[in-house]
Design a protein around this ligand. Structure first.
Ligand code: ADP
Ligand code: MG
Length: 349
C-alpha cells in the first residue's frame, strides 16, 4: 500500500532522543537534524522560548524566569511537557509535509531504563505531532542495528553506548535483550569530575561548558606520547576574581579515575551475569562501543586492558543510534521483539 500510494505518505522518521543530543533521520533523505536535547521555557508565560541549538547558549546564562532544561539529562524524562515540546519541534522541523494524507511512521530511540509511563509520554508526543505509527526502542539496541551487528542471530553481542547522561550497556542475542544496565557514569559525570578536580586542586570555580571543552580538547584516559595542555579560566575561590590555569591530560586522567573505576565495575557485573555461551561469543567478537564518550582518547584501549576483551568503536559512533532507528522504519515487523512499548501496534501498511 505504501508503495502504490507513496505520494500520500509523509517520509518516515527515526529519532535518537539522547540525553545530550537528539538526531533526526528522514527516510530517503538522511540525517536531517542534530540538536542538543535542550528546551528553554519562560516560567512567567509557560511558553517555550527556544529549543535545541537555539536554547543551548542560554544554559547557565538565562535570567531566573527562563528555565533552561535538559529533560532527559539523567536518562529518565524529568519533564514530560518539555520532552513533548522537543519531540514535536523536531518532527515538524525535520520537514514533514503536513499536506500528506498520512503522517510519518516514527521510530524513537530512548535511553535504557525509561519507564512505561515515560515511553507512553514519548508515544503520545509523537502521535500528537502527527505520527501515524510510533515504535519505541532502547537506544543501545538501535545503535547495534545501526552498526549492522548480527543481533537477530544466536550470537552474543555486547554494546556500550556512552552518552552524556547515561552509559547504556546491553547484551543482545536472538532479537532479545539478554541483559541491560544503565549507568550514570557518562559524559556529564566526566565534566563534573573535571570541575570538582579544578576546584579542589586549583581553588578555581569553572562552568560546565569550560569543563566539557577541556575534556574534548585534552581529555585522555591513558598517557599520551605527546602530552596535551590547555589554559582554562574561572573564578578564584579565595579572591572572587578571574584567574587562568594550565590544565593537562594527566589532570583530566586523575579527575576521571574514580568514575572510570565505577564504570569498569558495572561492566564487570554485566559480564558476570551473562550466560557462558554468550560470553564466549563476546570474548571472541569483542565489545562494540558508540556514543560521544567512545571518542574519549584512549577509552577503547583502557576497556580492553581492564576487561581483557577486544573493543571496537563502531563506524560513525555519534550517529549509530539514529541510523538504527532509520533502518527500523523500513520494516518495523522485523524488529518487533525489541519494541519496549507493550501495545505497539504493527499496522499492515
Ligand atoms: P546522548 O546519546 O546521551 O545524547 P551523545 O552520544 O551525543 O550523548 O554524546 C554526548 C557526550 O559525549 C557528551 O558528554 C560529550 O561531552 C561527549 N563527547 C563528544 N565528543 C567527545 C570526545 N571527542 N571526547 C570525549 N567526549 C566526547
Ligand atoms: Mg545516545
Amino acid at each position: 500500500m505504501a508503495e502504490r500510494f507513496g505520494n500520500l505518505f509523509s517520509h518516515d522518521i527515526g529519532i535518537d532522543l539522547g540525553t545530550a543530543n537528539t538526531l533526526v533521520y528522514v527516510r530517503g533523505r538522511g540525517i536531517m537534524l542534530t540538536e542538543p536535547s535542550i528546551v528553554a521555557v519562560n516560567e512567567k508565560t509557560n511558553r517555550v522560548v527556544a529549543v535545541g541549538r537555539d536554547a543551548k547558549p542560554m544554559l547557565g546564562k538565562a535570567p531566573p524566569h527562563i528555565r533552561v532544561v535538559r529533560p532527559l539529562s539523567h536518562g529518565v524524562i524529568s519533564d514530560f511537557e518539555v520532552t513533548e515540546e522537543l519531540l514535536s519541534y523536531l518532527i515538524n522541523k525535520a520537514h514533514n509535509d503536513r499536506s500528506k494524507l498520512f503522517g510519518p511512521r516514527v521510530v524513537v530511540g530512548v535511553p535504557t531504563g525509561v519507564t512505561n509511563v515515560e515511553s507512553r509520554a514519548v508515544r503520545d508526543a509523537a502521535a500528537a505531532a502527527g505520527a501515524r505509527e510510533v515504535y519505541i526502542v532502547e537506544e543501545a539496541v538501535a545503535g547495534a542495528i545501526g552498526a549492522k551487528l548480527p543481533i537477530q542471530e544466536p550470537v552474543g553481542t555486547m554494546v556500550l553506548d556512552i552518552g552524556g547522561g547515561t552509559t547504556d550497556i546491553a547484551v543482545l542475542s536472538l532479537s532479545g535483550v539478554v541483559s541491560s544496565v544503565s549507568s550514570q557514569v557518562a559524559g556529564d559525570r566526566f565534566n563534573d569530575n573535571i570541575s570538582e578536580f579544578v576546584r579542589s586542586e586549583f581553588q578555581l570555580a569553572i562552568g560546565e561548558r569550560t569543563a566539557e571543552e577541556a575534556k574534548l580538547a585534552i581529555g585522555a584516559v591513558l598517557p599520551l606520547a605527546t602530552p596535551l595542555e590547555r589554559a582554562i579560566r574561572g573564578r578564584d575561590l579565595a579572591t572572587g576574581l578571574p584567574r587562568e590555569i594550565l590544565l593537562t591530560d594527566s589532570h583530566i586522567r586523575e579527575a576521571l579515575g574514580p568514575s572510570l573505576d565505577t564504570l569498569m565495575e558495572q561492566l564487570k557485573q554485566v559480564i558476570e551475569r551473562t550466560p557462558p555461551e554468550l560470553l564466549s561469543d563476546i570474548l571472541e567478537r569483542g565489545v562494540f562501543i558508540f556514543g560521544g564518550g567512545a571518542l574519549l582518547r584512549g577509552l577503547p584501549r583502557l576497556l580492553e586492558k581492564m576487561l581483557g576483551v577486544p573493543v571496537h568503536i563502531v563506524q560513525d559512533p555519534l550517529t549509530a543510534v539514529v541510523r538504527g532507528t532509520g533502518i527500523i522504519t523500513e520494516d518495523p515487523k522485523r524488529f518487533r521483539d525489541f519494541f519496549i512499548d507493550e501495545d505497539a501496534v504493527i499496522s499492515e501498511t
